[in-house]
Design a protein around this ligand. Structure first.
Ligand code: GCU
Length: 346
């Protein structure tokens, strides 16, 4: 069952309604008669850590600033795919959305860095780097011209290959297989280097594509198996651990910058809350997903030697750094965290 598939017609009507509402609200706001509705879209289910964290943000803002704002959270691609939602955030039709870092590299090359395979030596290194504003600020603020800014990050675990029929034990097993990747040039190049055939598509289309044999597999964290049902179709999940790609909460610039100072402080506290709650929930959610995938969906977890995967992907680091020397200091700072936290702990 694909709970994320939505009819184009329905989403069209939804968007039109939304735009009409936005116009109404903007007029209302200027007359100070209405509370400002703040809309946040994301593509996960209501059980997902991301939704739980955004709901906490909703409660926090509604509790502290409820006389001026009403936060509404739209899960499950109700407002369209992540790419659709980024565009809606750019234009201000909605105020925030969660986008995978993967798709943001088409808005600023700086985002390419977090899409690099085997960038982080461990989950600890990843978390410390993502918590360091010296690393994230130059990236999070790189999309000023595109109309949005990143306000915090969320954990999306480690991405691994999973397949319908053929277990992946080494890169050579990917040969001839069509593997869904996110819509990002870095991911497409990663698949090319690993020898598979990259099939970029939105998250909501993956289940049907797997089920109808349009693709042979995909790559994602463990929650995709359970929360998105991919483990009903794919019975092999291989811990090659090729990426730790964060999810990013982005906000419309005009909205964020237009917030009065005293409100901005509360919103910023709210962003911190999202990050803290989501990460705490994430640890529990991954454990539950692994357990459920193994016991109920009968997914087999495999632990291939990572070395050949790392070796095959290595050229991508050079390419990305050569194409964008601006990110070299960030890359070097991440290497320092890798030295401090070298062990894979998750
Ligand atoms: C993860 C991630 C999402 C992303 C999805 C994908 O679930 O959290 O933000 O959209 O992967 O592979 O597209």
């Amino acid at each position: 069952m694909n709970q994320f598939k939505h009819s184009g017609h329905l989403s069209h009507i939804l968007l039109l309604t939304l735009l009409a509402l936005t116009t109404f609200l903007l007029t209302g706001c200027s007359q100070n008669q209405h509370r400002r509705i703040v809309r946040i879209g994301h593509n996960q289910s209501v059980n997902h850590p991301t939704h739980i964290a955004l709901t906490a943000f909703q409660d926090y803002i509604n509790h502290n600033l409820g006389d001026r704002y009403i936060v509404e959270v739209y899960p499950s691609e109700l407002l369209g795919s992540q790419t659709d939602m980024v565009q809606l955030t750019q234009t201000g039709a909605i105020d925030y959305c969660i986008a995978s870092n993967a798709i943001l590299e088409t808005f600023s090359k700086n985002y390419e860095i977090f899409n690099l395979p085997y960038l982080f030596a461990s989950a600890d290194s990843y978390h410390h780097a993502m918590d360091d504003p010296q690393i994230t600020d130059p990236i999070f603020t790189a999309t000023q011209k595109a109309g949005f800014t990143a306000v915090t990050w969320l954990d999306a675990g480690t991405r691994n290959f999973y397949t319908v029929k053929k277990p992946i034990e080494s890169p050579s097993d990917l040969k001839g297989l069509k593997i869904r990747v996110q819509q990002s040039p870095t991911n497409i190049e990663m698949m090319r280097l690993l020898g598979g055939s990259a099939t970029p598509m939105g998250f909501g289309d993956v289940y049907t594509a797997l089920q109808s044999n349009i693709i042979d597999g995909a790559e994602n964290n463990e929650m995709a198996l359970t929360d998105n049902g991919h483990g009903d179709v794919c019975k092999y999940y291989s811990y090659d651990m090729h990426q730790m790609v964060p999810d990013i909460l982005i906000g419309n610039n005009a909205f964020i910058q237009g917030l009065p100072e005293e409100d901005r402080v509360v919103f910023e506290e709210g962003y911190r809350l999202i990050n803290q709650i989501q990460r705490k929930e994430w640890i529990k959610a991954v454990d539950t997903a692994r357990e459920k995938a193994a016991s109920q969906q009968k997914v087999r977890f495999l632990y291939p030697d990572q070395a050949p995967f790392v070796k095959a992907c290595a050229p991508l680091h050079h390419t990305v750094l050569e194409n964008n020397p601006n990110i070299r200091p960030i890359y070097d700072a991440i290497q320092q965290y890798n030295q401090l936290y070298p062990t894979i702990t998750e």
